[in-house]
Design a protein around this ligand. Structure first.
Ligand SMILES: *Cc1c(COP(=O)(O)O)cnc(C)c1O
Length: 371
């Protein structure tokens, strides 16, 4: 246990979310563990996900894939955001599949394959309407490329609005995906693995499963979109992370005193304030208003602006909370505590950003000792 704050992660919840989702969709599952597994810890989460039945790991960066390999993880890994000029030879020697989304990327991977004498395993990313990564304007050029040093393992794309079931754009992207796959097949490239679904599509849309789904947020037990898809609980998911902190200081103040930088808030009545020793350096959004902490079976909302290392909550005049008590910043909500969704809403953001930005000063503590 840490002295100040900790992100408590229940790996058994993670494993059970993975196995539940896999059972529901009935196809292979790639556990998306980019960005330090959405803040939950890359290597521990990857192991827990594999234990739950994931057969692939997905990351954005090549260095994330290398870290997994260096920690003894030998499951198939795809890294899809590999920068120009990366160490492609290292990727090949470590058996890491590479997402390719440009002719330049294709040339660099091919050069590494020629140099090492080892065919490079690639997944071609296509832009079906998100207009971010993937082949779009260079598609015709790709169809004329030399694939002889490459093993095209996969073809994939990404939805922009899968968290809004019924949106026409989802249909359009699926249609375009199938069309581009067929164009590739016409030139004799038949990637065995086609993948399109993120968590939202995996929970919503059977037609876009193909043989593999890429699941991120849902595996952590969080809803892809609380407005359109409901809460974690409604989706049958168990949030794996609980952010806790120690109450640093409690003080009695009178009505009408200004609190924090810019005196943006004043106490509405005589009350007790609690100081939490976490701030935006730890991933607590500076603009958050309307979230807070949970202590002694009661919510205490943020008052004033969050600063770099601290924020202040209004405990209420009758609170019995004391300096040194542990409080829940967010959790699964089952006792009445705020959730990552509440914190997202309180800062004009989403649960993804709340968990992913928990800073490096906050130790990750693992509850399950199975791994
Ligand atoms: C992050 C990411 C995912 C996972 O998305 P979730 O909404 O967290 O399931 C899947 N595919 C790609 C390409 C991604 O970048």
């Amino acid at each position: 246990m840490s002295d100040r704050a900790e992100f408590l992660i229940d790996l058994s919840a993670l494993t059970s979310n993975v196995s539940k989702i896999k059972k529901q969709c009935g196809v292979d599952l790639m556990a998306v563990v980019k960005a330090d597994a959405y803040g939950h810890g890359l290597v521990r989460v990857a192991s827990a996900a594999l234990k739950g039945g994931a057969s692939w790991l997905g990351v954005a960066l090549l260095e994330e894939a290398i870290t997994l390999r260096e920690n003894g993880i030998d499951a198939p890994i795809l890294a899809w955001l590999v920068s120009p000029g990366s160490d492609f030879e290292s990727a090949l020697s470590k058996n890491i599949d590479l997402g390719v989304s440009s002719i330049k990327g294709l040339q660099e991977v091919t050069a590494a394959a020629v140099k090492t004498g080892k065919k490079a395993r690639i997944h071609i990313e296509i832009d079906t309407g998100m207009t971010r990564g993937g082949f779009l304007d260079e598609w015709q050029e790709l169809l004329k490329a030399d694939f002889s040093n490459l093993e095209v393992v996969g073809i994939f794309s990404h939805f922009a609005r899968a968290d809004e079931p019924g949106q026409q754009q989802n249909e359009d992207q699926l249609h375009k995906f199938k069309h581009m796959v067929s164009e590739l097949e016409k030139i004799g490239i038949n990637p065995p693995i086609k993948h399109l679904s993120n968590s939202a599509a995996t929970l919503n849309d059977k037609d876009s499963y193909f043989s593999l789904v890429r699941v991120g947020i849902a595996m952590y037990g969080l809803t892809p979109d609380i407005t359109h898809m409901g809460t974690s609980k409604e989706l049958g998911l168990r949030p794996a992370g609980q952010l806790r902190a120690k109450l640093h200081l409690v003080k009695e103040v009178s009505k009408g005193v200004p609190v924090g930088y810019g005196a943006s808030a004043h106490t509405p009545s005589d009350t007790k304030l609690g100081v939490i020793a976490m701030g935006y350096a730890d991933g607590i959004p500076r603009i958050a208003q309307g979230a807070g902490i949970f202590v002694k079976s009661k919510r205490a909302p943020i008052i004033g602006r969050v600063s770099m290392d601290q924020f202040v909550v209004d405990l209420g005049s009758d609170s019995t909370a004391k300096s040194g008590d542990w409080v829940i910043v967010f959790g699964d909500g089952s006792h009445g505590e705020y959730t990552a969704d509440d914190w997202g809403r309180a800062s004009s953001s989403i649960n993804y950003e709340i968990v992913t930005r928990i800073g490096p000063r906050v130790p990750r503590i693992y509850q399950s000792h199975e791994y």
